[in-house]
Structure formats: structure tokens, C-alpha cells
Write a protein that binds this ligand. Sequence first.
Ligand SMILES: NC(=O)c1ccc[n+]([C@@H]2O[C@H](COP(=O)([O-])OP(=O)(O)OC[C@H]3O[C@@H](n4cnc5c(N)ncnc54)[C@H](OP(=O)(O)O)[C@@H]3O)[C@@H](O)[C@H]2O)c1
Length: 269
Amino acid sequence: MNQSIGFIGGGNVAQAIIGGLRKTDKDRQIRVMNRTNHERIQRLVDNYNVMAAQIQELVEDSGILIIAVKPKDVQDVVKNLKNYDLTDKLIISVAAGISTKLFSKHLPGVAVVRAMPNTSTAVLLSMTGLSRGENVLEEQAELAEQIFSSIGLTLWIPEEKMNALTAISGSGPAYFYLLTENLIQAGIQLGLSEAEAAMLASVTLVGAGKMLTESGKSPGQLREEVTSPNGTTHAAMTVFKGERFPEIVVKAIQACAQRAEDMEGEYSK
Ligand SMILES: NC(=O)c1ccc[n+]([C@@H]2O[C@H](COP(=O)([O-])OP(=O)(O)OC[C@H]3O[C@@H](n4cnc5c(N)ncnc54)[C@H](OP(=O)(O)O)[C@@H]3O)[C@@H](O)[C@H]2O)c1
């Protein structure tokens, strides 16, 4: 199977995936196109050894087409793709809230994998959810997994769980950034400089993340280990719980999943 990749859409997510891929895969042919922003494509060409292409060349010469446009633009792309023979091609869509059914409906027989990476792609630590649409061969599923494994970890899930996954790992980096921003503000209020507070908060986040993924302990266990009765952490935990932090988190995540579901309704017709 032709393993060269064509990106339709050359924005933030395409750049993050290309940047991550290039760290581990220097030679694979990658073609990129967008709609109007030529400067942006030129920057990708200059920085990542990719080729700018028009739709015809991109589709005909790539075995894997990664659709990295905003959800509202997917219909346009699908319309364009109807003009080409997509036999043996694998389409990977990263558009939030666009189901594989939309592709199957307008491009009958096409092999589509839906992927939901996150922005930690740029440091090769994306948590990417993958769902297999109809018609995807084992070899094609392995290829999709291989692409996203080169930029982090992958998890195959049934497509009906994709909105839940989006709410946890797709949008997740923003939640941790928000918490970190608030920690920095609190540190400044306690007399630290911004740089001091930023270093303390950020490295603590990385360390806690590594403990979560490498210690084999649950988050609750790790939290209890830091929290001695009546100690300093206990004082903070009492405020978090008293101010209903757990309920706020659940509410925010439900809102995110709901928005993903609404988008699916808006764009997947
Ligand atoms: N941000 C995240 O954390 C995240 C995570 C997972 C998935 N996603 C999904 O990734 C997708 C892309 O997001 P993004 O942040 O990369 O968006 P973006 O920066 O706005 O980039 C979108 C790109 O699509 C191009 N485009 C639009 N219509 C096109 C068309 N008809 N043909 C070819 N190219 C077209 C745009 O070109 P011009 O600039 O020339 O208009 C631009 O290069 C979205 O669907 C989003 O839901 C995002």
C-alpha cells in the first residue's frame, strides 16, 4: 500500500502531527494543501520537508489522506473528493464531531478512520483516540495506529465513545493549562515571581503526570499519599472539596461532550 500522506488542511493540528511525525520519520513523502493561506503552507514546506500540492496531485499520489480542516469545512472537502478514485486509499479524519458515517454516505466504500489527537502531539505525547469506520482493512488500521503512535499513545475505541474521549483527552490539555494558570496566579499572590511560580507549577504537573502513568498507582492513592491528616495538602483539599471542585469538573466535562455531540448533529448530515 502507498504509505505517503496527503494533508488536506495545513493548520495547527496538521502542523502538530507533521512536526511529531518528522521527529521519528524523516523520509516519508508528505504533501500538504490548504485553502488560501499560501504563507502557512510555505512555512510547513520550509520547516518540515513536505511538498505543497494541489488537490489532484495530493489525492492521486498519497495512499493516506488526513483530513485536518475545521468541522464546518469537511463537507466541502468531501465534495471535492467525490471527483477522485479512492480505491485502496485510507482516509483519516481528525475533525471533531464528524462521524465516519458522513464519509461512507458521500463516498461509498471508502475506508475511514476517525482520529482524535490532542495538542501534545508537538512533544510526541499525544493521547490519540482512534475509531475504525466501515471498510477499513487490518493493514490500514495498523497504518493509522503507526502514524499516531509516532506522536504519542493510541487507544482504539468504538465510535459511539468518541465524544466522551474528546471531553477527556481531546480538550484535556486545556484543563491542565487552566489549573496551571490558576496555580501561577495563586503563587504570585503569595509572593512568588511569575517565573518562579510558572516553573514550580509546570514541573510539578509533569512530575505528577509521570507518577500517574509510571507508578502503577491510582490517582486517588497518589493523592492520599501526599495528604497527611491535618497537613498542608489536607488544608487545600478541604477547600477544593468544600467549593465543589469534583462537581465542577464533571459539569465541565459533560458540557464538552455535549458540544461534541451537538457538532456531530450540525455537521454530519
Ligand atoms: N485543536 C485541537 O486540540 C484539536 C484536537 C483534535 C482534533 N482537532 C480537529 O482538527 C481540525 C483542524 O483544526 P486546526 O486547529 O488545525 O484548524 P486550523 O488551524 O483552522 O486549520 C484548518 C486548515 O484547513 C484548511 N482548509 C479549510 N477548508 C479547506 C478546504 N476546503 N480544502 C483544503 N483545506 C482547507 C485551512 O486553510 P486556510 O488557512 O487556507 O483557510 C487550514 O489550513 C478541526 O476539525 C478540529 O476539530 C483539533
